[in-house]
Design a protein around this ligand. Structure first.
Ligand SMILES: Nc1ncnc2c1ncn2[C@@H]1O[C@H](COP(=O)(O)OP(=O)(O)OP(=O)(O)O)[C@@H](O)[C@H]1O
Length: 482
């Protein structure tokens, strides 16, 4: 590993302990960082990426330099893979977080990497790791392209969001996309065992009770960093409890007997992490996580559920939490746009316009001002009449299509614009709606197999009541085909 890690002037500090394997040597580093795998063989799960001869192996073995795009849930090994690539190929590791870095930082790293390639003493190659690349704007992502195209850096970009929506296509097409999967309970359990005994970790000083382990696995939800952070917090709690107990015993029994002595020696050697200790410690650790934004899916879900529940105050609270946690405002806006159709829909069709406008305002204005646009959308959505009739309609129709209910398009609706179409009956008996004074003619539009099926079942809430009356009247005319 080179000495020059993070030595760029003004380079932003690595987030959450950073991806450098050198960090892992500090005993003060968090447990998750100390336990970071040093080679691909220490990686658990992700077996689909690790077969001999796989692109990732070839990259690490150094014979296939290429940029990587790693897509997967938090705490599944994206930073770890970047660090292993740099470590095993003796490349310098530079990390930028897309949350705090800008175009200037990207250019600075790329310029530094070019200089390093031309070092008189021998070229030093650079792995540039960009965490949360989806939070870069298009312009910021563009700034990465020259470095990638000219191979001045090996870019490893990580994202928790679908890169087909969040990463610019020139970057997508120039990188190898690897998808990481959530870790299973068995994977996480293995990592816990390793961390409990390993010298880099808890060095066999703790015992994890079975019920505490089960609870830990449930709370980790496939995120290794979360599991190890909670384990570390619980170990701290168990150590404090044990020390207190020893002190108390020493104070009340100044002359230890042989049996208390050996029991104490064992207790001192290995403190037990039980369920109560874990739960107390995790309450505190969870608050820290929240601030770091790692609970963002839970809080985002609570925001949407509060909007659905029309609790405008709770919704405002969760919005504030997301903003304070440094959540990407575009992520918040996208959630609001979905909610506008999923939960309000035809209850107030204008809600979709409000949400899309807020999303555009976020792009135009940026934070902190865009918080006001987001807040307006949250209020409008929370107070709007609620209907899920739209999502129910489309999902029911998709379920039928998937079940094979498709059937041919009725001949009178088929394309009549090409030569010979009329001859085979296409469009011949088609009736033009505008010729009817009602603007609607009794005519079949759906294929036979679903003709007469009501997919859209309006509620009578808010503006949808008028649509409910209208759809009933329309269906009556359409189906009166005597
Ligand atoms: N597949 C894995 N095998 C072994 N340890 C892992 C794995 N994934 C994560 N870890 C452990 O969890 C810690 C955090 O993982 P890492 O930083 O690689 O996650 P990440 O996918 O980059 O997460 P994020 O998206 O939150 O940045 C690592 O330091 C390591 O201790």
């Amino acid at each position: 590993m080179s000495d020059g890690l993070f030595d760029l002037p003004g380079a932003p500090a690595p987030a959450r302990g950073g991806g450098s394997l050198a960090d892992a040597d500090h005993t003060a580093a968090p447990l998750a960082v100390r336990m970071r795998p040093r080679s691909l063989d220490e990686l658990v799960g992700q077996q689909h990426l690790l077969a001999p001869g796989s692109p990732l192996r070839r990259l690490v073995e150094g014979d296939q330099p290429m940029s990587l795009l790693l897509w997967g849930p938090p705490g599944t090994g994206k930073t770890t893979i970047a660090a292993v690539v740099s470590h095993q190929t003796n490349r310098k590791f530079v990390e930028l977080s897309a949350v705090t870095a800008g175009v200037k930082d990207v250019r600075q790293v790329i310029d530094g990497a070019r200089r390093d390639l031309a070092r008189p003493g021998g070229a030093v190659e650079t792995v540039l790791f960009i965490d949360e690349v989806h939070r870069f704007t298009k312009a910021q992502q563009d700034a990465l392209l020259p470095g990638v195209e000219n191979r001045w850096v090996t870019l490893v970009a990580a994202t928790t969001e679908n890169p087909f929506f969040s990463v610019i296509s020139p970057l997508l097409s120039r990188s190898l996309l690897l998808t990481l999967e959530s870790l299973t309970d068995e994977d996480i359990s293995l990592l816990l065992d390793r961390a409990l005994v390993d010298e880099r970790g808890l060095n066999d000083e703790f015992e994890l009770a079975a019920d505490a382990r089960d609870h830990l696995l449930r709370m980790a939800g496939g995120d290794a960093r979360r599991a190890l952070t909670y384990l570390e917090a619980a170990a701290g709690g168990a150590r404090a409890k044990r020390d207190q107990a020893v002190k108390y015993r020493q104070a009340t029994e100044p002359e230890p007997t042989e049996s208390t002595d050996s029991a104490e020696a064992e207790a001192v050697r290995r403190a037990v992490i039980d369920l109560v200790t874990l739960e107390t410690a995790v309450d505190r650790a969870a608050v820290r996580y929240d601030r770091a934004g790692d609970q963002h899916y839970d809080v985002a879900s609570a925001l949407i559920k509060s909007i659905r529940g029309s609790d405008v105050d709770a919704a405002m609270h969760y919005l504030a939490r997301m903003i304070e946690a440094g959540e990407d405002p575009r992520f918040i806006a996208r959630r609001l746009v979905i909610s506008a159709s999923e939960d309000i829909g035809m209850g107030d069709p204008a809600a979709l316009g409000v949400a899309v406008a807020a999303a555009e305002a976020v792009q135009l204005i940026g934070m902190p001002e865009a918080r006001i646009n987001l807040a307006q959308a949250v209020v409008a959505l929370a107070l709007a009449p609620k209907s899920n009739a739209v999502i129910m309609a489309v999902d029911a129709a998709i379920a039928d299509v998937k079940a094979g209910k498709v059937g041919p398009v009725p001949p009178h609706l088929r394309d009549a614009h090409y030569a010979g179409a009329k001859k085979i009956g296409h469009g011949s008996s088609y009736q033009y709606s505008h010729n009817d004074p009602r603007g609607i003619v009794p005519q079949q539009y759906a294929p036979d197999v679903i003709d007469g099926t009501d997919y859209y079942n309006p509620t009578r809430r808010g503006g949808e009541a008028a649509y409910a009356d209208r759809v009933a009247a329309i269906r009556k005319i359409l189906r009166d085909r005597a």
